[in-house]
Design a protein around this ligand. Structure first.
Ligand code: LMR
Length: 398
């Protein structure tokens, strides 16, 4: 049965972790997969999650299935985290949530919902976007179209070109947006641009589909929700796929949510029933453990404060590392200006170097970054910055 299969190459992002693990160079640097790391290079468990887990294990008395829509404490907590307190769409009872296996699971069942609700609908996807967006959404059988978003040469967001591309969209088309901390380029819409985009999309009757995987890693937990809250206020239908992988550090627990905001409570309920039905045909039930933990944190004011403080510290550290990288590259006489990295948000930026230079970084210096030249800023540390900056400049100059 399997004789005819071709062996596939490793995943462009996940494959880097394996290659890094097997590299014996003591100076190796991992800036590949988007996982937060501390100064020592460790991805530790968030303190509030550790405490929630201790409490949960004491009280857990069953492993029976949970409801398909998820854990109530988690669902209400996540809803408020994303939309804020008493968002008009919530007050009007036009929002429903479904727990999903991570942000990826949320994206996939939402793509299934789009396909079922309006089979011919196109989903417009930023160019560039997360390397797995197109395969993952495409596997639902939806039609994907790119829109211009970022210019790698100048390191800037190209908002005018984005609007020009989206002018080709027709009423009912869906636009996939990165809620904050754009993956892979780190260039986010500012508030003026979100405002313009919301007006533009409302005028053209487009549907925002917001991937919110890094809330809290850009400008702060509340600030990073600006775009999603605005869209949910200005547009009748909005889809959100959120993830607890990064901000709660629940990566392997696979904890995410779909938020569907519909024109009426009845439509929202219908959409939710289809999401759970699509999930049933794919994986039946969502994983529960991470949702229980995040639910405990979100419902306990002290734990929530501890968690928010910890995420704020991670965010501050990534901002500091961005500045440090820019300074060190300049100190090493980099042949080009990298200051754009300091103004970008979240975990990722492009170095804007060629695939050959990316390969040289890996082969000659054991520095692992994604082939598109995306770096995970959180993998930089005060211990590796000199080695890293020096290697990047050497590769650029020779
Ligand atoms: C990334 O972009 O590196 C992360 O979202 C991890 C992944 O699954 O690709």
């Amino acid at each position: 049965m399997f004789n005819g299969l071709e062996h596939l190459p490793p995943d462009p992002i996940l494959g880097l972790s394996l290659a890094f693990r097997d590299d014996s160079n003591p100076d190796k640097v991992d800036l590949g997969v988007g996982v937060y790391k501390d100064e020592a290079g460790n991805t530790t468990i968030v303190n509030a999650i550790k405490e929630a887990e201790r409490r949960f294990l004491e009280q857990e008395n069953s492993k029976a299935y949970i409801a398909q829509v998820g854990v109530p404490e988690y669902n209400t907590g996540i809803l408020e985290l994303i939309l804020g307190h008493k968002h008009p769409a919530m007050t009007a009872d036009r929002v429903r949530t479904v727990l999903a296996p991570g942000g990826s699971g949320a994206l996939r069942i939402t793509a299934g919902l789009i396909k079922r609700s309006a089979p011919g609908t196109r989903i417009w996807v930023s160019d560039p976007t997360w390397a797995n967006h197109i395969p993952l959404l495409g596997s639902a059988g939806v039609d994907l179209q790119p829109y211009a978003y970022y210019d790698k040469t100048s390191g800037t967001l190209v908002f005018d070109r984005m609007l020009a591309a989206l002018a080709q969209a027709t009423a009912g088309d869906v636009v996939l947006l990165h809620g904050c901390c754009h993956n892979p380029c780190g260039a986010d819409l500012n508030r003026d641009q979100w405002n313009q985009l919301a007006e533009f999309m409302a005028g053209k009757k487009l549907v925002p589909f917001i991937d919110l995987a890094y809330q809290g890693f850009g400008d702060g937990m509340e600030q990073d929700a600006y775009g999603v809250r605005l869209m949910a206020e200005k547009l009748p239908e909005v889809l959100v796929a959120s993830s607890c992988s990064k901000n709660f550090g629940l990566y392997r627990e696979r904890t995410g949510s779909v938020l569907v905001i519909a024109e009426s409570p009845a439509d929202a309920a219908k959409a939710q029933s289809h999401l759970t039905n699509i999930a049933r045909t794919m994986y039946s039930m969502p994983p529960a453990h991470g949702a229980f933990l995040a639910g405990i944190v979100l419902q306990d004011s002290l734990l929530k404060k501890s968690w928010l403080d910890e995420v704020a510290a991670m965010c501050a550290r990534m901002k500091e590392l961005r500045n440090l990288l820019v300074t060190k590259l300049a100190d090493n006489d980099a042949p080009r200006d990298f200051s754009f990295i300091a103004g970008q948000k979240g975990m990722f930026s492009f170095l804007g170097i060629t695939p050959t230079q990316v390969t040289r970084l890996r082969d000659e210096y054991s520095i692992y970054i994604v082939g598109s030249s995306r770096i995970n800023v959180a993998g930089i540390s005060h211990a590796n910055i000199d080695y890293l900056a020096n290697a990047i400049v050497k590769v650029l100059k020779t």
